[in-house]
Write a protein that binds this ligand. Structure first.
Ligand code: BMA
Length: 336
């Protein structure tokens, strides 16, 4: 079993605590970003991190003190301590004109062929996917929105598959959507998207993913398939609960699910996950990966208030997913 990717010897890392029997373990100093991290921002969570020039850069969801969500750049030497810009990203459109989204949240970032792409949730007559690129995290170019409303949780694959770019997304409604499956779309040029397929449905015997599911971080290429962390949502009399699961998708045709966790891997347990602006949310948006060692660091938003960090070891995690899998009808097929 191996990860297909680059070494990242400076990945933030902790060995699994002695006696702990889960396959994802939390950083003991969580949360790594607390309330009011900059002058204008109240809460930073559900954010994306990538390696950059020997250190790390992030695109952070920041809910401002006016209550509105925007996205900001941050830098870190160790992936744990972050300097976040107080100003949101200033976009220009492809003709060089300034462009600012009305709101922006839940960004994912991926490097493809030397360019960093950002997908976020934007206002496009309702919640939909915003899209842009940067090469240096200083100048950002806003690109065409990939899909019509309503949609969330857009996640690009880190390379083309069979010549096309791939994006996972979760078609939704304009509010706190009470449904949601993960879909896959292809594009030859990152402008025109089609060949839509349904990848995974909510539901199954595991109630933690009974209401809706959505892709989390950029899928990780492994010898066993694309490793996808995703969030699964259940309803309670106190509102929705966001847990984390994982799946392995077919390498050549990622619309087919090979394995998928029947039980969650992580659910809100710690005070910073169960208590905050929105209680009971563990929402993964990014991973860092050291391919030779199989180490995975997971960045997740906690309680719509904090950024937290957790860790997994690829071979142990993949074994677990394979041995504790439950596919739903249609998961393993190409659903068109
Ligand atoms: C979802 C998104 C996430 C958020 C979650 C819980 O609909 O808005 O950003 O973490 O709800 O509030």
């Amino acid at each position: 079993m191996k990860i297909v990717g680059q070494p990242l010897p400076n990945i933030p890392w902790r060995d699994k605590p002695e006696g702990y029997d889960g396959v994802i373990w939390r950083f003991e100093a969580n949360p790594i970003i607390d309330w009011n991290p900059t002058k204008s921002t109240a809460r930073v969570f559900n954010s994306a991190v990538v390696p950059f020039h020997g250190a790390f850069v992030g695109v952070f969801r920041a809910d401002h003190k006016d209550g509105k969500a925007r996205i900001h750049v941050g830098h870190s030497v160790d992936g744990v301590t972050w300097e976040i810009d107080d100003n949101p990203i200033q976009w220009k459109d492809e003709s060089g004109q300034p462009y600012q989204p009305n709101y922006a949240y839940d960004p994912r970032v991926v490097e493809i062929e030397g360019t960093y792409y950002v997908v976020w949730c934007t206002d496009f007559g309702g919640a939909s996917l915003g899209f842009g690129m940067t090469k240096d995290f200083k100048e950002f170019v806003r690109l065409e929105n990939p899909f019509i409303p309503f949609n969330r949780n857009g996640v690009l694959f880190p390379r083309r598959v069979n010549g096309n770019y791939l994006m996972l997304s979760r078609p939704s409604d304009s509010g706190h959507t009470p449904f949601g499956d993960v879909f896959l779309s292809e594009s030859p040029d990152l402008v025109y998207w089609g060949r839509h397929r349904r990848v995974m449905k909510s539901g199954g015997s595991g109630w933690w993913q009974s209401v809706k599911i959505g892709a989390g971080p950029t899928p990780i290429e492994t010898s066993e398939g694309w490793l996808l962390f995703y969030h699964g949502v259940t309803g309670t009399c106190n509102g929705l609960v966001y847990s984390t699961g994982a799946a392995l998708l077919d390498l050549e045709n990622p619309s087919k699910v090979l394995y998928r966790t029947r039980e969650y891997l992580m659910t809100p347990e710690k005070p910073y996950e169960t208590t905050g602006f929105v209680p009971n949310v563990a929402f993964p948006c990014a991973t860092l990966v050291d391919a030779p060692s199989g180490r995975i660091a997971i960045y997740y938003g906690a309680a719509d208030t904090y950024v937290a960090l957790a860790f997994a070891q690829m071979d142990e995690l993949v074994d677990y997913i394979k041995n504790n899998s439950e596919l739903l009808p249609g998961d393993a097929e190409e659903y068109r």
